[in-house]
Design a protein around this ligand. Sequence first.
Ligand code: SF4
Ligand code: SF4
Length: 523
Amino acid sequence: MIAPEVDPDDPKPARDWQEALGEAGVTERAALPVSPALRKPPVAARPAGNGNLYEARASVHNKRIDGPFRRFKWLVMFVTLTIYYVTPWIRWDRGPYAPDQAVLINLANRRFYMFDIEIWPHEFYFVAGMLIMAGIGLFLVTSAVGRAWCGYACPQTVWTDLFQHIDRFIDGDRNARARLDKAPWSPAKFARRLGKWTIYLIISLLTGGAWILYFADAPTLFADFFALNADPLAYMTVAILTGTTFWLGGFMREQVCIYMCPWPRIQGAMIDENSLIVTYKDWRGEQRGSLKKALKEPEKYGDCIDCRECVAVCPTGIDIREGQQIGCITCALCIDACDRVMQDIGRPRGLIDYATLDQCEAEAGGAEATPAWMALLRPRTFIYFGIWGAIGLAMLFALGTRSHTDLTVSPDRNPPYMLMKDGSVRNAYTLRLRNMEARPRDMEVALIGLPDGAVMWTDRIGSDAAAAVQTIKVPADETRVVRTYVTIPAGTSADRFTFQLTSLDEQREQDLAETTFNTPGGN
Ligand code: SF4
Ligand code: SF4
């Protein structure tokens, strides 16, 4: 659905219904008689578009509105932007051997830090689990409250909303902005545009700049960035993110949601007749007509006084009265606008409201309106919530019980063994001892399953100190690679055996790695 053309010279879109109340001689709220047109059967959606394959984009100059949903949008914007810009600056003490940034994606050392959680590359399943939870979380939200993600928390929505407030701050509200848009270029218009785009650019720069701070120590990178000492990749990333924020949030706006984003299409397939959507109750609003006409012939007209306030406040410029559209991000600002109008003309709120298609059908048939939250209580929502919660609990359990010690062993393949002149047989191995704690630890490596007299030594522990058990120091938060040699005495044989790793601290964490011992006569 293409956004409808907004003509600032057309008195209809800019018309204030309160003015109409005055013209009609209605001075008090609740002065309009309740329309007998209430509970009319639903009407079919009007045909949209002009039949052309392409329609030029009309700028959207949405009007300022206040109301519960607008205030909720303010809150979400404040919380999400604060989290995004502030998080890299939060410090978190992990001791002297680990970074003190609360949230850090350390690509060089292949670590992800999030407060007390540290994810190593071999634990990528935690990241996969978080991505699965995010995906199921989106399904859950969509199933419960439709496109609430799009309407409130999607970055495109948040930044577009922010830029629309800047437009309003610099150029004025809807009509002033539309007039300025149509006005020829003049020094005043140029100065306004320059000021506005400069603010866009500063916000975009902050957005791109904040992103790179998640990948390195924020204060250090911040200083290096302005001293021109940062990695070229940092400058490239900031340039790309600044450009995309400036362009997508400042100019593309609702076109990203309507034409570029795949999510509305996916959500369209996921929404069913029990999902909450923002909907215009046409059986109650139609036939729409001006307030004057409604006052003259109340039996003929419904509750919609065609004031177009719902269209004027819409950030994507659509008319929800035309039915469900891909451009509707369910931000509910049209509910705020219409509720104000209904309050002023003395009609019940909710001509536009959150409701499910099933609830709408029942209401159109004369049933009492059901509270919107009832739509949350249904099997599909519970199943998504159950799966989401189960994955979350499993991940918490795995995080809480995971070992901070790990051992992997790779035997040498060539040569598989060496026959020593005293008849003993020697095999070589590469051991990887992982210490996932933010402190150095002594670790004991023992041989299990080899004949008596089997010993080992390493590149650093010479063969004169060979023993069945060795102690190796592993630096904090590191994997130590150790070349290890194992010998069994002459006249003995061996096949499978195990390296046992034990941390020599109060935790006594253990890990076992089974491997093969090659001998001349055997394997
Ligand atoms: S739906 Fe409400 S806000 Fe929209 S035109 Fe009708 S009365 Fe006005
Ligand atoms: S139609 Fe209403 S809910 Fe949909 S995007 Fe516009 S203002 Fe938001």
